[in-house]
Design a protein around this ligand. Sequence first.
Ligand code: PEP
Ligand code: MN
Length: 340
Amino acid sequence: MKPQAGDADIARVREKIEALGFHAHVIPGEQRTAIGITGNSGPIDPAEFEDLPGVAEAIRVSKPYKLVSRETKPDNTVVAVNGVRVGAGKPVFCGGPCAVESREQILESARAVKAAGGQLLRGGAYKPRTSPYSFQGLGEAGLRHLADAREETGLGIVTEAVDVETFDLVERYADCVQIGARNMQNFSLLRRAGRSRKPVLLKRGMSSTLEEFLMAAEYILAEGNYNVILCERGVRTFADHTRNTLDLSVVPAVQSLSHLPIIVDPSHGTGKRDKVLPLSLAAVAVGASGLIVEVHPQPDHALSDGYQSLDPAQFAELTAACRAVAEVLAEKRFSARELH
Ligand code: PEP
Ligand code: MN
């Protein structure tokens, strides 16, 4: 739609799409609204829409992922999580432990994240663990502790939903619901996330291609939730000097194909504490919209992922260094988008 298109113009287009028996997806943007059409089995003549008031252009989307595609929505999507704007230019910092272990542990983590200038708090109350005998998370008690941490610090909460059964509960407490790498192609869970009114952080599967990643996001948008943040967290390769291989090249690749913001998880991406700072700097330099980093008050005593968790001082060093990199990039008016 044109920037000056009004609600009535948008409603007219929506009604026309629905009258033709298709689904209309009204995706609001900072400048312009995009309206996606799904549910059609064959091509639709763009001329059907081009003459309606407020319509800038009608385009046929060639990609298999429709709503996620930049063809559908040329402008970047900004996702607000508890008021924090992800994808608006400045990198957003989300920190916190792998898992919520106790009320004190998450409160201490939250204070550290806040003191370091972080804006969002992470922490799993439900953990997808490789072994069924490993710590699985505190469940609802963990969610309550996260809510207490938000109450005290004002930080928005990012926490994972591992299945459809517990989604309702997680959604009630979370400001942003994380879908983990192992669940990236859990299509019923993606559909459930698509019916949520909370933003979703979708992590890339550890062996997924870019197209599979974008198609997973498409499941969420297709159900009507357009607030999706993508996250690169490393993929499996033959390399064994790190836990995963952080694929930073996917950041500009996503940015050219999709309007959705993408952030980077250098903690799971490397699996090693001493690699987290350098890869965070690289992630900001490559144009990521933010970082999600594991931070623990006492990493060596963490119940999960301690070897890749930073202590509070290391996280403070990370946010300061990354902000310095971001400032240089802003000064040079150098953004990943401008390179395409
Ligand atoms: C996590 O964020 O702690 C996590 C389990 O991440 P991933 O799904 O990327 O492995
Ligand atoms: Mn973890």
